[in-house]
Write a protein that binds this ligand. Structure first.
Ligand code: NA7
Length: 590
């Protein structure tokens, strides 16, 4: 029956393979992606007794952690916080070896979770979702995948990652280069040796900065091609001693509570003082203490570092001096020290010896703003002034962030509009989780959620449980179709923008606002209200009968009636950002 319904509704070529095999598999939920997000969604939905199929384009679990296997890759959030909180036994038994885990250790953790909770049986690998189309009468998603499999699911969850669509520049002559070209986010699974090699890294974001010191120690020669000098704070990484491990585990619940109740999900609150209220002496002491201890949290030493340019300047200048102090060659100091944007207005890096690497005789910096790359040749890279002979070129050139992976598959909503068409002027969501015209579709840590401005794990867990609860609520109340209202998404987008306007984020070109890809809509995408404030809004929405989501007893196209009282505009009136950073969404100091 469902096959007949779907074939009637969707485009014919979509079903060509289905008709050959007549094998449409029915499940309750399709989750796209088997990274941290998709796996957590699988867990939450299973708890509700749902039949879930995870589909994953690559050959194994891990998402970005599966692909970003470059030397020096590690998380910039502490391992104890960048991990799942849903199982106290898992928390107690897993032992992290370092404060900031390396990529291989994070992958071991993910694989452990997958085996421990028997997740693999619900994941289909080497299976990329190519197209999904909503059957507006049947109220189900039809999903077609690269391996020829076809699915029909009541719900579709997109857990495709925010930094998972790698971006490679198209430089003239790229196909002429005779050596190896690697992208940091598509790192080969077989070992890559740099011994005796001449290597280039293009890009100095977190990936370029993390790999530079490691490759510098291995390669015969390393050339780093920099476009924008980036701020970075020391990783403050260290092995975890058995005593520290015991202490964390004795108080793990409190640690989690602190993370959930902090704006960034990192477990600490921003300073309550303005940087401008402090004397220069006091500021210097505060910055010095934070420098070697807080990593990414350095940006929160004073509450207004991301709100006020003058306050930001004090932190930026401190960092510039720190960076300059470790660079031995004066001509390099000028090139490497960031000056053209406010500190943390683009995501700063957390590094381990990046700037010091330039003190080595085998490391060279090319400022591509000064001497642009002209072309790749058979043996290297030619800039306007010289040719660099190379064996390996590494593109550490980042991603089409936030929307890249969401817009790659063709996702067709209730009225035949694709998600790409709907988001042509930028992503529009309610609470970052759903969009009008695309019923029964959930986006995990998508645009409009705190995601990359915070410890993303907090929002992954919060949203996964929230979706699962919503589905449970729908089952209890006979709801077949849930859809964001247009009024709610307009209010949410206005709220996200209003909050961003209060910050310095809009003063810099970054992947937060679509500047990383030519022609991409210039829209600020993450939610600056902090994970605590966001969490409260999610809960408030649920408590108010899923305000902003129309819940129908049947699909709209089959005459469905709205069942919930809260389908109107959600209350997301802008509040003072500073108050949120210091306290919580209500401005209450804690
Ligand atoms: P990022 O942070 O987006 O960095 C990409 C880097 O690549 C950045 O320095 C870019 O310069 C540079 N880039 C991009 N295209 C080019 C071209 N055509 N020529 C020269 N340089 C270029 O990505 P990462 O992988 O480093 O880090 C992503 C996130 O992972 C990070 O934020 C953390 O959350 C973890 P630009 O700054 O645009 O001038």
């Amino acid at each position: 029956m469902i096959i007949v319904q779907l074939i009637g509704k969707v485009q014919p070529e979509f079903w060509a393979r289905a008709l050959n095999s007549m094998a449409i598999k029915e499940v309750d939920v399709i989750v796209v992606g088997a990274g941290f997000g998709g796996l957590r969604a699988l867990h939450a939905l299973r708890q509700q007794g749902k039949k879930v199929q995870v589909i994953e384009a690559s050959e194994d679990v891990g998402g970005v952690w599966h692909h970003n296997g470059y030397p020096g890759a590690r998380c910039d959030v502490e391992s104890y916080d960048y991990s799942y909180s849903f199982s106290p036994e898992l928390e107690q038994q897993w032992v992290w070896s370092e404060r900031y885990a390396t990529q291989p250790e994070i992958l071991r953790y993910i694989r452990h979770v997958v085996e421990r909770f028997d997740m693999r049986k619900d994941i289909r690998f080497n299976c990329r979702m190519e197209r999904a189309q909503y059957d507006a009468q049947g109220g189900r998603w039809a999903v077609a995948c690269s391996d020829g499999s076809l699915w029909s699911a009541h719900y579709l969850v997109l857990a495709v990652g925010q930094l998972s669509s790698p971006k490679t520049p198209s430089l003239p002559g790229q196909d002429k280069f005779g050596g190896q070209i690697i992208h940091s986010a598509l790192w080969p699974k077989e070992p890559v040796s740099f011994a005796g090699k001449r290597v280039a890294i293009i890009g100095t974001g977190s990936s370029g900065m993390q790999m530079t010191p490691v490759i510098a120690r291995q390669a015969a020669h390393l050339t780093v091609f920099q476009r924008t000098p980036n701020y970075s704070v020391p990783a403050a990484n260290a092995p975890v001693s058995p005593e520290e491990d015991r202490q964390v585990k004795a108080n793990y619940r409190q640690r989690r509570e602190q993370a959930w109740n902090s704006p960034t999900g990192l477990g600490f609150l921003p300073g309550k003082k303005s940087a401008l209220e402090a004397s220069p002496q006091e500021r210097a002491e505060v910055y010095e203490a934070a420098w070697s201890r807080l990593g990414y949290g350095f940006a929160l030493t004073y509450f207004d570092i991301l709100l006020n340019k003058e306050a930001n300047d004090t932190a930026a200048e401190f960092i510039r001096q720190k960076i300059a102090s470790v660079i031995e060659k004066p001509q390099l100091r000028e090139k490497l020290v960031p000056r053209d944007h406010a500190f943390a207005a683009r995501r700063p890096s957390v590094d381990d010896g990046y700037f010091q690497a330039f003190n080595r005789d085998n490391v060279q910096l090319v400022d591509v703003r000064e001497t642009p790359i002209v072309e790749l040749t058979a043996s290297g890279i030619r800039t306007q002034t010289e040719e660099h002979h190379l064996d390996t070129i590494i593109f550490a050139t980042g991603f089409d962030a936030f929307t890249g992976s969401l817009l790659k598959p063709e996702i067709i909503g209730r009225e035949g509009l694709t998600l790409k068409q709907k988001w042509a002027a930028g992503p529009v969501t309610h609470l970052g989780v759903g969009t009008a015209g695309f019923p029964n579709l959930f986006v995990l840590v998508g645009p409009g959620s705190p995601s990359l401005l915070s410890n993303v794990m907090v929002s992954i867990e919060e949203q996964s449980d929230w979706f699962a609860q919503m589905i449970h609520f729908m089952d209890l109340h006979g709801v077949r179709e849930v859809e964001v209202t247009q009024a709610a998404e307009q209010a949410w987008v206005a709220h996200v923008n209003a909050r961003a306007q209060e910050t310095l984020y809009l003063t810099a070109d970054s992947y937060y606002n679509g500047a990383e890809v030519a022609g991409k809509p210039r829209v600020f995408m993450p939610y600056t209200g902090g994970v605590r404030g966001y969490r409260r809004l999610l809960r408030k929405c649920a408590d108010h009968g899923y305000e902003g989501f129309a819940m129908r007893d049947q699909p709209l196209d089959s005459g469905g009636q709205i069942l919930n009282s809260g389908a109107g505009v959600a209350d997301v009136a802008p509040r003072d950002f500073a108050a949120v950073l210091v306290g919580d969404a209500d401005g209450v100091q804690r």
